[in-house]
Ligand binder design. Sequence first.
Ligand SMILES: Cc1cc2nc3c(=O)[nH]c(=O)nc-3n(C[C@H](O)[C@H](O)[C@H](O)COP(=O)(O)OP(=O)(O)OC[C@H]3O[C@@H](n4cnc5c(N)ncnc54)[C@H](O)[C@@H]3O)c2cc1C
Length: 549
Amino acid sequence: MNGLQAKLKSVIKGDVLSDPQTIEQYSHDASIFEIKPQVVVFPKDTEDLKNLVKFVNQEKGLSLTARSAGTDMGGGSINDSIIVAFGKYFNHIKSVDEKSKYAVAEPGVFYRDFEKETLKKGLIFPSYPASREICAIGGIVNNNSGGEKSLAYGKTENYVEKLKVVLSDGNEYELKKLNKNELNKKIKQNDFEGNIYKKTFELIEKNYDLLQEAKPKVSKNSAGYYLWNVYDKDKEIFDLTKLFVGAQGTLGLVTQAQIGLVPVKKHAEMMILFLHDITHLGEIINIVLPLKPDTFEAYDDNTLKLALKYFPEFAKLLGTKGTIRTALAFLPEFIMTITGGLPKLILQVDFQSDDMEELNSKIKQLKEALKPLHPKTRVADNETKELKYWLIRRESFNLLRQKIHDKHTAPFIDDFVVSPEYLPEFLPKLNSILKKYPSLISTLAGHVGDGNFHIIPLMNIEDPKQRAIIPVLEKEVYDLVLSYHGSITGEHNDGLIRTPFLKQMYGDKVYKLFEEVKKIFDPNDIFNPRKKVGATVDFAMNHIRTSFT
Ligand SMILES: Cc1cc2nc3c(=O)[nH]c(=O)nc-3n(C[C@H](O)[C@H](O)[C@H](O)COP(=O)(O)OP(=O)(O)OC[C@H]3O[C@@H](n4cnc5c(N)ncnc54)[C@H](O)[C@@H]3O)c2cc1C
């Protein structure tokens, strides 16, 4: 037992571990990085969290990094800190309110369990990520996660109604919408909480125009602190949940979230488009978006090849008895492979409604409008077929991670957003950049309706030459994205990989405001250091994994 572990055991009731296996497990998330924590704690309750913060404040040089399910793709949930693991004890769904349409849950609740409970009431949280089977509420809130339904419903930031948080003074507070009177009352408190409201309000009011201008001009963004969303000047509403969502645990520890839900729609219809080149992509996007689909997703030929290669795994996921039904479902794609006719890009347009006639009419309108462009289309007319396309889209990254053993998934250009109208011009330029690195095979999938793409290269991470590509290629791609006024991350957040690019994305003045906000909430830098502010490319590059054993 190390000295720190012994001290922590006297401070909290929960578990404190530092054995090699635990340290190894918590040195990684789903990113390319590896950082050994000092120790891993599993707090039992909020008292434990308060005591942890007070302890870290007394002992110099320590920090706390929150972790829920640890599926972060940018190194957000790893650090040379005390890792605060929420999964073991903070895993209760407190309530699902059918009438007011919200659920209250602790951060360690897996999304898959959360959804089971909300569906019982005919409700759903529509911003669930593709990692829905493996991630938890804490990460969804703190990454401002998004997913396939974000096109129609927006991201997590639209659904977080209240948060309970432990702040750097070691006390728990509730964050929610405040009107001007309530805000003034808080400001007058003249204590730690009052000071936070006072300083944050002053910072936002003083820099109001600059912040509104800084708000990314894309439909999805997880980069930076969303200061522009905190104060609605017209309605005089001040809401600190807007700052906490997506802050990656850098401002405090989330202990509970009240999350808004929406009713599940009764019917769905999906059209699949197979594009052999992307010449008409821009026109297709312009045809599809006005029809207001619930989702508009895309993936490339490499993703489809992967699905075909591992189709027995898909059979398991589809839950079909035996592989025959799955093989039949995949038959058209097998034929395409044999005849060399595999499309370059597959688009998935999904409409949902309580009214079947509305759905049929939208599919009809879409077919008509697409006729002049002659794309090959198919309407997924049974549940297995529909699910097949969803699984290819959702599970491809997970399959890459689990199945390819001679190369490793390397998410570092995994989540950028460019307004869809620029895509026909942007995508060929992106392709030219990728072609400069022929040793990298990559899959491309994403939310084409939002212009949000996930490129996952496969690399020999143990080869220093391959690792050296990462900062160079990353810079080239983000330079291109930012030249189209895009965002470096639509949903996966900054972590270690993208924090060094925040200054470039937002400019010096806004980045300075990010630093000021961090100081207001966390003056001694005890919460998840080097994320959102204070990271360097060198630190990140020095912590890239050198093996995946
Ligand atoms: C296969 C795969 C697919 C993915 N697809 C998507 C996708 O479609 N959309 C998407 O948004 N993301 C996606 N991700 C990334 C990730 O799964 C999500 O962002 C997810 O919401 C993170 O949840 P988690 O519980 O694993 O978070 P963690 O990794 O545990 O944490 C994420 C961040 O939140 C902070 N945090 C966690 N708990 C707390 C807490 N209690 N208090 C304060 N801070 C906290 C952590 O410090 C970290 O910075 C994907 C990842 C994988 C592996």
